[in-house]
Design a protein around this ligand. Structure first.
Ligand code: ATP
Ligand code: LTN
Length: 336
């Protein structure tokens, strides 16, 4: 039965540590969508392999990200939550799409340029074809809406172009044209020490981010030593006051208060006051997740079961699309 609600799909590459940026910009929004949409959230573990990974660390991180999704309130019954590598249709559709993707289009991708400049010793073909796997992730589930950050918009645009190319070759109506989803709080969390750069989970400088799972003492220390700006006024002004504005952004989302309310509350106060309050707010917001996370990580069998059930539900839908695509491009189905 086709779902009546609109389908939302998103994922996070399994690299680094999930940060407060990922929570505010992604997972917290995903959680709020889970009642109103048909949602699929996945761990992009195959995408992680475009950069060299230590196998033991990757394995641990897949469980850890999954447990963090659950601990942060993504419900595995309401949503389909799964690991990309558990549904082999992703790589299969990705191949079909790769064969429709011009080299020139991939060459223009900013992320490819940036990542190949950063990993000069490992400019592999997977890094280059990364967006075709991402397009497969989206198109397999006939997603209507894809919540992604600014940096992923170009990949989504390529995915949309691929729907057009596919339709030109094989006819219309088979793949749904996805749209970007812009959340209500389109907040972008910036690096704590360098607030003109976004807070990134693969940042090598630990002081730049707060991880979702982090010791309260360490969170406090990082927030209290966050870079602030000249002057002493607590005002939201990302141009002139990027440091304080970033702290206010985090505060506003976590406390559900408007900037005007916060500015009024901190009129005449010092940066230090804001930092002390914010540190406590962040620690308290993440505390329940940290506790739940610790419990979840103790029981791998339970995580394995939940992953398996998510993958099974995802696969039913993925298979349906892949079958139609294989047929449309002229492949002969394997007979029993
Ligand atoms: P990396 O640094 O490894 O590229 P990332 O921190 O940018 O990773 P992604 O896996 O690219 O994280 O993104 C997962 C989701 O989190 C995306 O939807 C992205 O928009 C969101 N996100 C990541 N960082 C931030 C941030 N600083 N502020 C708001 N949203 C963010
Ligand atoms: N590249 C994305 C992660 C990702 C994704 C997707 C997001 C992989 N496949 C499909 C949305 C839809 C990133 O955020 N780094």
């Amino acid at each position: 039965m086709p779902p009546m609600k609109k389908t939302i799909l998103s994922g996070s590459t399994v690299t680094g540590n999930l940060t407060l940026g990922n929570y505010i910009g992604a997972i917290n929004n995903w959680r709020q969508l889970q009642d109103d949409y048909d949602c699929l959230y996945f761990l992009a573990d195959l995408h992680a392999l475009t950069v060299h990974q230590d196998p033991a660390i990757l394995r641990e991180r897949i469980y850890s990200f999954f447990a963090q999704y659950l601990a942060l309130g993504l419900d595995p019954q309401k949503n389909i939550i799964f690991a990309q590598s558990h549904v082999h249709e992703h790589t299969e559709l990705s191949w079909i799409l790769t064969c429709l993707t011009p080299m020139g289009a991939l060459n223009r991708m900013t992320q490819f340029k940036e990542k190949s400049a950063k990993h000069t010793k490992n400019i592999n073909a997977g890094l280059f074809t990364y967006p075709t796997l991402m397009a497969a992730d989206i198109l397999l589930y006939q997603a209507d809406l894809v919540p992604v950050g600014e940096d992923q918009k170009q990949h989504l645009e390529l995915c949309r172009d691929l729907v057009g190319t596919f339709e030109n070759h094989y006819g219309k109506g088979l793949l749904k044209m996805p749209e970007p989803y812009i959340g209500k709080t389109g907040a972008r969390v910036m690096s704590l020490q360098d607030p003109i750069k976004k807070m990134s989970k693969s940042d090598e400088v630990e002081k730049n981010f707060v991880a979702v799972i982090e010791d309260p003492k360490s969170i406090e220390k990082k927030i209290k030593s966050a870079a602030t700006d000249s002057g002493s006024e607590i005002r939201f002004d990302p141009e002139m006051k990027p440091g304080v504005s970033n702290l206010l952004t985090i505060y506003s989302v976590l406390a559900g208060k408007s900037m005007a309310e916060l500015e009024a509350a901190y009129a005449g106060k010092m940066y230090g006051h804001l930092k002390v309050d914010l540190a406590e707010l962040v620690v308290e917001t993440l505390r329940p997740a940290r506790e739940r996370y610790a419990d979840l990580m103790k029981n791998r069998d339970h995580l394995d079961q939940l992953l398996a059930s998510g993958a099974a539900r995802a696969q039913v839908r993925a298979q349906e699309t892949l079958k139609k695509v294989y047929q449309a491009v002229g492949l002969v189905p394997r007979k029993a």
